[in-house]
Design a protein around this ligand. Structure first.
Ligand code: GLC
Length: 740
């Protein structure tokens, strides 16, 4: 019996599961690895791109040759049932051991059906919704042959200059951790061997969002307690719910690149958290340790990456080229490579790829799954539930269906930018619903007077007059403006947070032309913007982010009141870029501004703007109003083993039913290191009919109050705590309790 037949027999033997009834993957991996050469084990640590979707510097590869050699553990940027099946067939039938390939892709906020960008979906504060959308993304992605998404991005970010702030859940640790878990549950489901579940990937590990000056890929420096209290928790949360993969990051952390950082990758991720999945590098991030000034050359970078705990090299060519020599030279133990290979093979077994390498690549299922009506309906709900009503003066909203609308702005008829950055396989040529098309569901054509007015960034004012004329003719002005989708996301940092181009000038001109007419501004953008001028020029502002495939419909559901806006910001909107970084959970300093004397000298403040943001974390308006009353504590004093229950009554005091996101905050007044002035420790999204009241209850334990101090002790000291149940982070504490 020749080697190939033996191996195929063995591989078949493996897949028959004759070793055990329930999957004993470890044993199967062990048996398979006994057949593998060192080169083949190294081959599993190699990932190349299909070159379909440029998500980084394109590195040319001869994919088929590498697949046949067994030098392709995974591929990125290849999808559709046919393309993945064709490549998988080569791996299974033409490589020596027939080990299937993993296919990964950036399914960041939907695959074909695109949902609002992640910073928008976070604003729904709806974990079930986030999980459901990730489930839908997994259904579509897996139907197109994908096993793995490079999502969720769980980087805490507090600098709106950083373009990738659009991809995450915003500034808060607690909320970011809850949302991270929801994504992983949605993608991975309850059984990875099912062909509609995909591997999630916790990225970018770690602290990528703390890049200096908000400049992408820039240096990160912070204390270990800041790392452990702010940037690590969302990653740990994904491990707690069984995330299968991690992605190391581009940035250095305290002088050590995170794609070569043994402390974060082995000491914390493996030894402390017992993570049993595998780590993939970011796109050539192992190579980038050379320009970082941490690796002498390519072979050194390969050595550092593998030894530090990066199990797979994305697009870098280094592991394929150098690991065998590094083992021969004793610079990398074969055991280290065995561990990396084992982790990767284990994941492939869990996905059922050894039982059926093609069970994700089914063209019939693909046809039946993409853009299902229920998926599009969910995307429409997402767009509505993610849109934050920032201002609504003179009851400009909801719009009246009997009126004529001047629809103005470069994004009013847009179907291209509306999917935002990382729009994946979403269609940008007509599938998406623009605001204009959304309006047509509510108004007759003769009620809509459209004028583009200007471009997003070009400074040509020739469209101004047409826009002004439209504004004069109509009853109400609806502006749809904002950023180009490429102005946020990767490698898209901005030093200026204004609405780009001459859009602000057009807003001003229109207000001058129609001083008493209601003007509504709908924004599409991937970061907090400086709206300090616009708040006095328009009546209403709806932050729609990039709302995705059904964005126009969802936004119009809010504009006409079909959906009462309920979203709340998960990221602070500054008055201007000079305030950055600004976030709600900052420290008090030794010279805080006194409430009763905000202009007192020699306090920690600016001489030109207040310390407060334009719009705070947790803020969002509704078409109704809510009253918070009767905050009660189960006790004013608790011991280290006790729990505290806080309740409050929330009443819908307005005229329409609606959702309200109720938030619980605490403040540890003093500790072995200074503590934030307030921290979110719970939230509940409740529905109240007009006039209805509900009592909302939160229970916190000492565990919720613990933090890492500067001696790396995770604990909490006795002392006084302040507590509040509030509609946003903009409040003053009125209640305290003592921890004995
Ligand atoms: C990019 C991004 C990362 C993405 C990867 C693959 O450079 O940093 O988020 O998943 O490459 O496209």
């Amino acid at each position: 019996m020749n080697l190939k037949v033996t191996i195929q027999f063995t591989a078949a033997f493996l897949t028959l599961g004759v070793f055990a009834q329930q999957p004993n993957y470890e044993a199967k991996v062990d048996s398979l690895m006994k057949l593998m050469t060192l080169e083949e084990k190294i081959g599993q640590t190699v990932m190349y791109g299909g070159g379909w979707d440029k998500t980084g510097p394109t590195v040319s590869t001869d994919n088929v040759k590498f697949i046949k050699e067994g030098n392709m553990g995974a591929m990125l940027n290849v999808y559709t049932a046919k393309a993945t099946r064709d490549l998988q067939k080569i791996a299974v039938e033409e490589s020596r051991l027939g080990i299937p390939i993993l296919f990964g892709y950036d399914v960041i906020h939907g695959h074909r059906t695109i949902f609002p960008i992640n910073l928008g979906m976070a604003a729904s504060w709806d974990m079930n919704m986030v999980e459901n959308y990730s489930r839908i993304a997994a259904e579509e992605a897996s139907a197109e042959g994908l096993h793995w998404t490079f999502s969720p991005m769980v980087d805490i970010a507090r600098d709106p200059r950083w373009g990738r702030i659009s991809e995450g859940a915003g500034e808060d640790v607690y909320l970011g951790s809850e949302i991270a878990k929801a994504y992983v549950k949605g993608y991975q489901g309850d059984d990875l061997s099912k062909n509609n579940t995909i591997l999630a990937c916790s990225k970018h590990y770690v602290a990528y969002g703390a890049a200096q000056a908000g400049r992408d890929y820039h240096t990160v420096n912070m204390s270990e307690d800041e790392l452990r209290n702010v940037y690590l928790p969302p990653f740990k949360a994904t491990v707690d719910v069984g995330v299968e993969t991690f992605m190391s990051a581009f940035n250095e952390l305290n002088g050590v690149p995170t794609s070569g950082n043994k402390f974060t990758l082995r000491d914390i991720l493996h030894d402390e958290w017992k993570f049993d999945g595998f780590v993939v590098s970011d796109y050539t991030s192992v190579n980038e340790m050379i320009p970082h000034g941490f690796a002498k050359d390519s072979i050194d970078a390969a050595r550092i990456g593998m030894n530090a705990g990066v199990d797979m090299d994305m697009m870098g060519h280094l592991y394929r080229k150098f690991l065998k020599d590094l083992v021969a030279e004793g610079k990398v133990d074969e055991a280290t490579i065995n561990d990396a290979c084992r982790r990767i093979l284990l994941t492939k077994f869990k996905l059922g790829l050894f039982d059926d390498p093609y069970h994700y690549s089914d063209e019939k299922r693909q046809q039946e799954t993409i853009y299902k009506p229920e998926f599009l309906k969910a995307a429409r709900e997402a767009a509505a539930a993610s849109s934050v009503l920032l201002q609504n003066n003179n009851n400009a909203l909801p719009l009246d269906k009997t009126k004529t609308i001047a629809l103005i702005g470069p994004l009013a008829k847009d179907e291209y930018h509306i999917n935002g950055n990382w729009g994946g396989a979403g269609d940008r040529k007509g599938k998406s619903v623009s605001v204009f098309e959304g309006l047509q569901e509510f108004l007759k054509d003769n009620q809509i007077i459209y004028a583009k007015g200007c471009d997003i960034v070009k400074d040509d004012e020739k469209g101004f007059q047409e826009a002004i004329d439209a504004a004069k003719k109509a009853d109400v002005v609806l502006l749809v403006m904002g950023e180009d989708h490429g102005m946020s996301g990767e490698a898209a940092s901005r030093t200026n947070l204004k609405i780009p181009g001459i859009q602000p000038k057009l807003i001003k001109k229109i207000r001058e032309a129609v001083p008493n007419k209601k003007i509504v501004l709908v924004l599409m953008n991937g970061r907090p913007l400086n709206l300090s001028e616009e708040i006095s020029q328009v009546d209403a502002i709806l932050e729609a982010w990039f709302p995705g495939t059904m964005g126009g419909s969802g936004v119009c559901d809010v504009l006409f009141g079909t959906y009462n806006p309920s979203a709340k910001l998960t990221i602070t909107f500054p008055r201007n870029v000079g305030q950055v970084p600004i976030y709600y959970s900052m420290k008090n300093t030794g010279r805080p501004i006194p409430d009763n004397n905000p202009t007192q000298d020699y306090k920690s403040n600016y001489i030109d703007v207040p310390n407060t943001p334009l719009f705070p974390f947790g803020f969002g308006l509704s078409y109704t109003t809510f009253q918070y009353s009767d905050l009660k504590l189960s006790s004013n004093e608790i011991g280290m083993n006790d729990k505290l229950t806080a309740t409050a009554t929330i009443t819908n005091t307005g005229t329409v039913d609606g959702y309200e996101i109720v938030q619980l905050y605490v403040h540890d007044r003093f500790g072995s290191i200074t503590r934030p002035v307030k921290e979110l420790k719970g939230f509940q999204k409740i529905f109240l009919k007009k006039g209805e009241s509900k009592t909302v209850s939160f229970t916190i334990s000492v565990e919720d109050l613990k933090y890492y101090n500067n001696e790396n002790i995770f604990g909490v000291e006795s002392g006084e705590f302040e507590i509040a149940i509030a509609p946003s982070s903009d409040f003053k504490f009125k209640h305290t309790f003592t921890l004995k």
